[in-house]
Design a binder for this molecule. Structure first.
Ligand code: FAD
Length: 344
């Protein structure tokens, strides 16, 4: 299937033969575009050409989201598509729509998204069907319009090395996911860009069925975007001590709570709080690590934080190698005293 002539005309108005034209997959939840998608938009703008946003969702659910998208700085047009199958969009279903939008006559030269669980599944799937490569988790990019090539950097080996990867001109459409902590979120502006509805592509008998979404509810800031994070490790002993020790500090600082994998595996903290290679990657203004040894898999998720404070009983703990402020002490003495002083 190909985009309709009408859609081609709409997109052509924003494209020129020389310039790159990015399609950014904008994810949203509860009527708001995810902040990670706003960072992906900032990355897409750095290509230097027009940027079209793509939003999918259930019928009657997208009005507010499309309105929000139309005001995003850096977007030049918005495409949206509704279908009951897009209520909880799976890669299997949305990939068909993307394949249609990326047909041979498509103006798009780049497909961009945040490095989220769903996009990590969607983009490589579409790229593979189109026999194109995909670059994941990029932290910077540079587009050479004359050579029509894009060069990316991306962390590898749990952040211990940075790979530079080039997608040359022979790659018709360059797919990449963006490490959201590496790019600021695109702000909103007063002006509105044009939007256009595109027909969904239905899957007759999807092989996967969405049963349930469980969202962790918390009054605290979201770990992924919080400017301050208070994190605890195995030293916190159990779930009760984890909560009674760290939560008062998080409350007084207005911070999100994080945890090492050892703390999560031992059941002290919810899975969603895990920071690290197999958890969330965060880069807050302030990261406080209590009773965390600093294994490389943990550092991979927090070492880009602006100010790292570590409290550990062991002076040789590896966390001190990345800490800006380190205190060799018992966290059970330090944290209550810190809370008291901060309250004063
Ligand atoms: P420990 O290593 O046991 O450290 C506890 C620390 O607390 C010690 O340094 C100790 O000196 C200190 N301590 C003890 N008592 C006190 C006290 N009273 N006051 C102050 N300090 C005290 N880990 C992650 O965190 N995130 C990941 O995403 C992750 N992904 C992984 C992926 C793979 C493939 C693998 C193999 C491992 C992964 N890990 C991850 C696990 C990682 O290797 C470590 O095992 C884990 O980070 C250790 O957690 P911890 O620092 O809480 O525990």
């Amino acid at each position: 299937p190909r985009p309709t002539t009408c859609l081609r005309a709409f997109l052509r108005a924003y494209s020129s033969a020389q310039s790159p034209h990015a399609l950014v997959f904008l994810e949203h939840r509860q009527g708001t575009i995810d902040s990670g998608s706003l960072s992906a938009l900032t990355a897409a703008q750095q290509l230097g050409g027009p940027v079209t946003g793509l939003i999918v969702g259930a019928p009657d659910s997208l009005q507010g989201v499309v309105q929000q998208a139309k005001k995003l700085k850096g977007l030049t047009s918005v495409l949206h598509s509704t279908s009951a199958q897009y209520a909880e969009p799976s890669a299997e279903v949305v990939s068909l729509l993307l394949e249609k939008l990326l047909s041979d006559s498509s103006p798009f030269t780049h497909v961009v998204s945040a490095h989220t669980a769903s996009a990590k599944s969607l983009l490589p799937r579409v790229a593979a069907v189109l026999d194109l490569p995909a670059v994941s988790d990029i932290t910077s990019l540079e587009h050479d319009s004359a050579a029509n090539s894009t060069t990316f950097t991306r962390p590898i080996y749990a952040g211990n090395a940075i790979a530079t990867v080039r997608a040359p001109s022979s790659v018709r459409i360059k797919f990449f996911t963006v490490r959201t902590t590496a790019f600021p979120a695109a702000p909103s502006v007063e002006m509105e860009v044009e939007d256009k509805a595109v027909d969904p592509v239905q899957v007759d008998q999807p092989l996967t069925e969405h049963l349930q979404t469980l969202i962790t509810k918390s009054d605290r800031p979201d770990l992924g975007v919080a400017s301050r994070v208070v994190s605890g490790g195995r030293a916190l002993k159990n779930a009760e001590t984890f909560e009674s020790t760290l939560y008062p500090l998080a409350d007084v600082l207005g911070a999100a709570v994080g945890a090492s994998r050892a703390a999560v595996d031992a059941g002290y903290a919810d899975n969603s709080l895990q920071v690290g290679q197999t958890g969330k990657v965060v880069a807050p203004e302030l990261y406080m690590a209590f009773g965390i040894s600093g294994a490389i898999q943990h550092l991979a998720g927090m070492k880009d934080s602006k100010l790292i404070v570590a409290v550990n009983k062991d002076p040789d703990a590896p966390i001190f190698q990345v800490a800006d402020v380190g205190l060799v002490a018992d966290l059970f003495d330090v944290v209550p005293e810190l809370v008291k002083k901060l309250k004063e």
